[in-house]
Design a protein around this ligand. Structure first.
Ligand SMILES: [Zn+2]
Length: 443
């Protein structure tokens, strides 16, 4: 049966073509945005539900293009490591997952993401138990791209994560058949070769071929640390970006997380191939990996979106916090004359949608698009800045994830008054704690 919801009284920061901000209503019919702005009294009168969003900015939901929900249980573990040592520890934790701990790790992440306004993610799983990740994502109501991590080589990979090239590909193909297009198209499969050092050339070439054949996104890490750069030069005689390009792992259907250490040729490759970059500034700072010059990428016309990476290297999954981090760093690198607030609000919404190939489906509040909508309460003391301030700057620099009061995905209300509607947060936190204790015993 058809249903309509009217969001009324808010200020719409809808990322429409003109980037206008205006007071108005949003009418949602089933999964689709039916009208924006002045909704006729007749349509308003017919709405099944009216939701009062006075005092709020109404935005498209945030899209994160790089997260690891399999790691949410591990927040706070190993706070003082560089990436190489940190990875070793996190891999040991990942290897100790069973299907229950994986399910609750994912659910725990979904609670945090939804409550802070993220409605769509590109997730990289672990090597095993990917069905549980998709199961939890399906139940959460989020829009998601996910894929099991592929790892068929590398130093310090625990036995529990090492897999043969054949098994890695076979399992990926099986998962694609089970999950790609599930939940009415809300779930997508994106093959995830973890990174150059943990994947053989044979595996990377097979993934590239398979993804092209099925028109799937590919999700990987690249040029995160100086050490990775040195290893790649020693093994392949070129940078990680040049190496990936040489085997067909660049292009508009490839999302590469980090891209911190790039030379001039790398910038050109990313621009020319229209490869998508998932910028993760908090993770790069916390693991002391470096600062990505995404300002230069954006000036070159490259596509940059944002991600919080995993909970243990951030330590939160709050997109507003990530936008602020990104904007402050680029102010430092490139100066204040650019509208970094606006730039990263775009990266966090429409930019993320475009990176995932969903620019025509989500990422803005416009009639005909899917109703992935959030409302951020800006009536609090900490967001006070008078009537004349720019909404983008107010959101990016003053607001917090906890100001998100309302979240809808595909027309389904998932957060209301700042509280999860369908998920039982208290139970999920309690079960997560139980599962983490059991996981520690398996280490
Ligand atoms: Zn990552």
């Amino acid at each position: 049966m058809s249903s309509t919801v009217l969001l009324t009284g808010g200020t719409i920061v809808g990322m429409n073509r003109g980037r206008e901000t205006f007071r108005g209503d949003v009418l949602v019919k089933d999964e689709i945005i039916a009208a924006v702005g002045e909704v006729s009294a007749e349509d308003a009168g017919r709405a099944d539900r009216m939701i009062d969003v006075r005092g709020c900015y109404v935005l498209p939901g945030f899209v994160q293009t790089h997260v690891h929900l399999c790691q949410t249980l591990f927040r706070g573990q190993d706070e003082y490591a560089c990436l190489a040592r940190w990875l070793e520890r996190i891999w040991n934790f990942e290897a100790a997952h069973d299907f229950r701990s994986m399910y609750y790790s994912t659910m725990l992440g979904c609670c945090e993401l939804l409550k802070s306004g993220t409605t769509c993610i590109l997730d990289m799983g672990s090597v095993h138990h990917e069905d549980q990740v998709f199961q939890a994502l399906s139940e959460s109501g989020m829009r998601a791209f996910g894929g099991k991590a592929m790892m068929d080589r590398g130093d310090n990979v625990p036995d529990g994560l090492r897999e043969s090239t054949r098994d890695s590909i076979r399992e990926t193909v099986d998962l694609i058949s089970r999950w790609h297009g599930a939940n009415g198209g809300r779930i997508h499969y994106a093959p995830a070769p973890r990174f150059m050092e943990s994947c053989s050339k044979e595996l990377l070439e097979s993934v590239s071929e398979k993804a092209r054949e099925l028109d799937l996104l590919i999700h990987s890490h690249a040029s995160e640390t100086k050490e990775e750069l040195d290893t790649c030069r020693a093994q392949h005689g070129m940078s990680p970006i040049a190496f990936l390009d040489s085997i067909g792992l660049t292009g508009k259907r490839v999302v590469l997380a980090h891209c911190v250490h790039l030379d001039d040729t790398d910038f050109e490759i990313l621009k020319d191939t229209r490869t998508k970059i998932a910028h993760c500034p908090s993770s790069n700072l916390k693991l002391a990996s470096g600062i990505a010059d995404v300002g230069r990428m954006i000036r070159l016309g490259a596509k940059v979106s944002l991600g919080c990476d995993g909970a243990p290297c951030n330590n939160n999954l709050d997109m507003i916090c990530e936008m602020r981090q990104a904007a402050l760093l680029q102010r430092y690198l490139h100066g204040n004359e650019f509208e970094w607030g606006q730039i990263f609000l775009e990266s966090a919404t429409l930019g993320g949608a475009e990176a995932l190939g969903l620019g025509e489906v989500i990422g803005s509040i416009e009639p005909g698009k899917r109703a992935d909508i959030i409302a951020i309460d800006v009536s609090g003391a900490h967001t006070f800045c008078g009537e004349t301030c720019e909404p983008a700057e107010r959101i990016v620099y003053s607001a917090k994830g906890s100001d998100v009061k309302f979240v809808m995905v595909d027309g389904r209300v998932l957060v209301e008054n700042g509280t999860l509607v369908e998920l039982d947060e208290e139970k999920i936190v309690a079960k997560s704690s139980e599962e983490f204790t059991k996981l520690l015993a398996r280490l």
